[in-house]
Ligand binder design. Structure first.
Ligand code: ZN
Length: 610
């Protein structure tokens, strides 16, 4: 089963790349672009920046202390994509491995001298995930050998210590290697890494131990906090350990931390992160649109965690958040040409960015960059898109649950299905049964789709009575089911309401008081202003039904607004006054994931309404 997450138990069993083929469409096109363009782009830059040369022993060593992990994420992407360049790159990595399994181009010679910032175990984590991908997609080879030697080294070195890594990921990687190989010490090592965190296991730092989730043990934490990617990678590993050891208390702990984090620390796009200095969550309801951090990797990590919780519990709310984050963070993170990337994803950009051709030395920026000094996000996008078919559907009790509505061919048990849809632009989804079969089919109805309908259209056949015609029934958000048995040609039609909707924030999110945003289907929209288009400062939107415009299959929206310049005085505060009239304008709204593709722009998701 070619799958990045393959729990041995849980309510749902994920279907892998060998069971789900994503066909051309919103995601199918992005997966193809990723596998053909983005993977090569990443390899080219890793070669150009010397990060691959580090493995060849080229000196001076180049890149940050964790740059090895980028080559491993790229290898994972190549493994899922069945990319022909993998064996040669794996060979370069293999040659850098030391006799006892140790492998790191930065710390060889001064091993394990900086657990807080050294990222050695973090790098192993990504290496192991690449090896698991290769094993499941292709079978054993040189890369999988390198990985088991490295994992064995980690177990020998760390099983009986109190040490752990400042950046989690080793936990979920070791559990997955256990799942792929059956070697129990990998699970035990992961369990110990989880349990020793927060005792504490790491030194205090200026950001505080909460930065790397070492402030309290995982079981006692109330909410995700600190560095967002670290928090979500750790939580993913904790779910994996909980599922494999049958530790319900541990699973419940993560579920309740997730619940509070989603209710109080998550931006409309599904993005997480409100502070730039330490790439961290803010306090509850600290969700400023302009200072939103929302690292692309944090969005990916949130998808990884939500997917794990979905498999463990079968609860559709996890798929809802994963979908929101896929369309509004993952899809935003990469340009339409597959060659430039966002690191941070704020919801309000006040000043158009300056175009950059080379490496972006900062994470900031209102334009996508071809590469960064810290290039976690491009490689993370590459491996996520390459494995995306594995997130689409799952098996349950001999049937199939479809979480993500995308054109696809799905085969599992006695079901062979073809999904056709123009989602997320259109709300009609057709699931056609390809062969006679049996098993319940479930389709996820997103939480926002409160007026959805489902129809079962039986196949017509010359030797059967005429079908009675479709039975249309309303369905609630969650999973809508249709029972088998099935005949080839049977069809299920799901209709989702795609009217644009105005969304307002919780009153406790002070930074958003008086604002509203527009969503349509799973997409968050934003106002974008390039070149000579009207500026977005001083805008007041009229909350009225948006007008839809469709061009080249993309739905854009338009609302009325007033533009006022403000006081123009020397002091921007003054006595209370009635709203200024300003100039009437029509405000064009584009899907947030498409912003920044037309050149330097200002942008805002939340539109003041008063
Ligand atoms: Zn990143």
């Amino acid at each position: 089963m070619a799958n990045p997450v393959l729990p041995s138990s849980g309510v749902l069993a994920p279907l892998g790349l060998d069971s789900v083929r994503v066909l051309p469409g919103f995601w199918g096109d992005r997966i193809a672009l990723n596998n053909e363009v983005t993977i090569a782009h990443c390899q080219e830059w890793e070669e150009r920046e010397g990060w691959i040369g580090n493995f060849r022993g080229e000196r001076p060593r180049r890149g940050r202390e964790f740059s090895d992990s980028e080559i491993y994420k790229l290898l994972e992407a190549m493994a899922w994509a069945d990319h022909p360049g993998l064996p040669a790159l794996a060979e370069i990595v293999a040659r850098a491995q030391e006799g006892d399994g140790y492998l790191n181009t930065r710390w060889s010679g001064s091993r394990y001298t900086d657990f807080e910032w050294g990222h050695e175990l973090y790098c192993y984590g990504h290496l192991i995930q690449a090896g698991v991908a290769r094993l499941r997609r292709h079978g054993e080879d040189q890369l999988t050998e390198v990985v088991t030697r490295a994992a064995d080294h980690v177990c020998r070195r760390f099983m009986d210590t109190n040490e752990t890594c400042g950046h989690p990921v080793i936990e979920m990687a070791l559990v997955e290697l256990y799942r792929a190989t059956g070697t129990e010490r990998y699970l035990e090592m992961a369990r110990r890494f989880v349990e020793r965190r927060g005792l504490p296991a790491l030194a205090d730092i200026p950001f505080g131990r909460g930065y790397y989730q070492d402030d309290v043990p995982v079981r006692q934490a109330q909410v995700f906090r600190g560095h967002v990617v670290r928090a979500l990678y750790l939580a993913s590993g904790v779910v994996d350990v909980a599922v494999e050891t049958g530790d319900q208390e541990l699973l419940k702990a993560v579920e309740s931390q997730w619940e509070r984090t989603v209710a109080r620390r998550t931006h409309l796009t599904g993005g997480m992160g409100s502070r730039h200095a330490d790439e961290s969550y803010g306090e509850d309801y600290e969700l400023p649109p302009d200072r939103a951090y929302n690292e692309t990797c944090a969005g990916i990590a949130s998808i990884m965690l939500a997917h794990r919780l979905l498999l463990a519990t079968g609860d559709a709310r996890y798929a809802d958040l994963a979908e929101r984050t896929m369309y509004n963070v993952l899809a935003t993170g990469v340009a339409l040409d597959g060659k430039s990337f966002f690191y941070v994803n704020p919801l309000h950009v006040r000043v158009p960015a300056t175009p950059l051709d080379g490496v972006n030395h900062a994470a900031e920026g209102g334009l996508r960059s071809p590469w960064f000094d810290v290039s976690c996000c491009p490689n993370n996008i590459a491996r996520t898109l390459a494995s995306l078919p594995a997130y689409v559907a799952a098996a349950k009790d001999g049937g199939v649950l479809i979480h993500h509505l995308t054109p696809a061919e799905i085969r599992s048990g006695r079901l062979a299905l073809r999904v056709e849809t123009g989602y997320p632009w259109q709300g009609s989804v057709s699931v056609r049964v390809l062969e006679d079969g049996a098993g319940r089919i479930g389709l996820r109805v997103p939480a926002w789709a409160t007026e959805a309908t489902l129809a079962h259209v039986p196949a017509s056949s010359p030797d059967a009575p005429l079908p009675e015609g479709p039975v249309v029934r309303p369905v609630d958000p969650g999973y809508a089911y249709v029972e088998g048995p099935w005949r080839a040609g049977d069809e299920i039609r799901l209709e989702l309401p795609m009217r644009p909707r105005w969304t307002v924030p919780d009153r406790r999110i002070d930074a958003l008081r008086g604002s509203a945003a527009v969503e349509r289907g799973p997409l968050v929209y934003c106002a974008e202003s390039v070149a000579d288009e009207p500026p977005l400062a001083g805008v007041t939107a009229q909350v009225e039904p948006p007008v839809e415009h469709e061009a080249d299959g993309v739905v854009e929206l338009e609302v009325g607004a007033r533009l006022a310049s403000g006081s123009n005085g020397s002091w921007p505060y003054g006595p209370a006054r009635t709203p200024e009239d300003g100039t009437e304008v029509r405000l064009r709204l584009v899907p947030y994931h498409r912003w920044g593709n037309r050149g330097p722009a200002t942008m805002r998701v939340w539109l003041p309404t008063i």
